[in-house]
Design a protein around this ligand. Structure first.
Ligand SMILES: Nc1ncnc2c1ncn2[C@@H]1O[C@H](COP(=O)(O)OP(=O)(O)OP(=O)(O)O)[C@@H](O)[C@H]1O
Ligand SMILES: [Mg+2]
Length: 431
């Protein structure tokens, strides 16, 4: 029976499992259905205090948005390599480390893989390897700190080992996206991959061809890889700070007009992976005392509501929804409506673009770095492979393609190409 190998794309926002047969197998790479029929699992967990069950993906988002009592987590990948990794977090009666939390999520995905292994073997379709896996990694987990970046990879590896994977290899996410694209071309191309994810933006200049695809070692074909810790969740944060947090007290003063309110509460509330750190009695007290001093106490009362009702992720979700709406519309509202809090903060594409200009500039800078490290000019790039959900932001897409007037723009599967490429890489490495 043929062998099938798995690649796992643990994304900041979405995760996938790509499967590919070892060389000689007939089938192409495919994504495993990981939540119902869906090939993506939103990287979210919900620990219910009502029934004690941990939910994952859309089911986790649904329970939380529905207002169930419990603890919600998203963007855990952003914690890798940061000081938060050393902390534990309370989940009901337990205290868990972030490696354990990530492990819970990976264990859930591994369960899907195990079920597929049983099904595939029974159907005579092939033996799915459960010991080996290729994990994707961004080019940079952490900007400008190699030790922290290595620590991030080690933490992810520890989490994967903890759930039963024994033989773990890593591949850069943009290289994986290139390998998937390569499985569908017929001539040689010099390509630039632009992968704008939830947490990071990753780039790679690669030489691709059907002949080269057969080689075991591709190092010589990967001319450069660069990355920045800027992704869709940063666009959420900046939009929240520009258009939403002012409704919660950001930028307002004390009643005597002498002081501005501290900004970090608002920054953390706008940052997916930091929201839970605000849910402490000490911070609730701080906000109540700011409310007494504030020139606009009603705004701080709204902030206090977010803390009391654990509404931070619901608000962040509403910000993300508005951001996605601004991809197609000129205007959108950040809408949150729950007992005790009604918000409809209108915003425009223009305001969003003004606020996020710096993020787009940083993405453009990383593209320039990818070209110069590869020693090629923009004119030499024949194909720009666009992938990742964040590449749909109009200003990001414009910045990514502006440099490459002569190139073909290949819009690759935004949410699946990395996982599929990791599967291809696993089949090559382990097959
Ligand atoms: N139509 C859209 N317009 C703008 N942004 C979008 C759109 N659809 C999805 N996004 C954003 O794309 C991001 C998720 O992209 P993706 O699933 O590629 O990330 P990821 O692989 O989980 O993250 P990473 O690769 O950084 O770990 C989110 O920030 C989401 O809001
Ligand atoms: Mg990704």
């Amino acid at each position: 029976m043929s062998q099938i190998f798995a690649g796992l794309d643990f994304g900041t926002t979405n995760s996938t499992l790509g499967l590919a047969p070892a060389a000689g197998g007939n089938a192409g790479p495919r994504l495993l259905a990981v939540e119902g029929d869906a090939p993506t699992l939103p990287s979210a967990l919900f620990f219910s205090f009502e029934d004690g069950i941990t939910r994952f993906g859309r089911a986790a988002v649904f329970e939380y948005v529905d207002g169930a009592e419990g603890r919600f987590m998203r963007a855990l990948k952003s914690v890798l390599g940061s000081s938060l990794m050393e902390e534990t977090t309370r989940v009901g009666r337990e205290r868990l480390s972030f490696v354990e939390l990530i492990g819970r999520f990976l264990a859930h995905l591994r369960g899907k893989l195990e079920a597929e292994a049983m099904r595939s073997e029974a159907a005579g379709e092939g033996r799915v390897a459960l010991d080996q896996v290729v994990l994707g990694r961004p080019v940079r987990f952490v900007d400008g700190d190699d030790a922290a970046d290595q620590a991030a990879q080690d933490q992810l590896e520890a989490a994967a080992r903890g759930v039963g994977f024994a033989d773990i290899a890593f591949q850069f996410e943009p290289v994986a996206a290139a390998l998937y694209y390569e499985s569908r071309i017929s001539t040689e191309e010099l390509a630039l991959v632009v992968d704008i994810g939830g947490g990071t933006s990753d780039f790679s200049v690669v030489r691709l061809s059907p002949e080269r695809a057969r080689a075991k070692d591709r190092l010589a074909d990967i001319l450069s890889f660069t990355g920045v810790h800027v992704g869709g969740t940063d666009f959420d944060r900046v939009l929240s700070i520009a258009a939403v947090m002012p409704h919660f007290g950001l930028g307002s003063s004390t009643a005597d007009g002498k002081r501005r309110l501290p900004v970090w509460y608002f920054n953390d509330m706008a940052t997916w992976h930091r929201i839970n750190t605000l849910y402490t009695p000490a911070i609730a007290r701080d906000i109540r005392s700011l409310e007494r001093e504030a020139a606009e106490p009603e705004k701080l009362a709204r902030f206090a509501h977010l803390l009391e009702h654990r509404s931070g992720h619901r608000l962040a979700g509403a910000v993300e929804t508005a951001k996605i709406a601004l991809t197609d519309e000129a205007e959108a509202g950040v809408i949150l409506s729950e007992p005790g809090l009604k918000l409809d903060a209108r915003t425009t594409r223009e305001a969003f673009e003004a606020a996020t200009q710096d993020l787009v500039t940083r993405i453009g800078g990383a593209i320039d770095a990818a070209l110069s490290e590869a020693g090629v000019t923009a004119e030499a790039i024949e194909t720009v492979i666009l992938t990742g959900g964040g590449a749909q932001v109009p200003a990001v897409k414009a910045a990514a393609v502006a440099r490459f007037a002569g190139a073909k723009i290949a819009q690759s599967d935004a949410f699946g190409s990395v996982g599929l490429g990791l599967g291809i890489d696993a089949a090559r490495k382990f097959g």
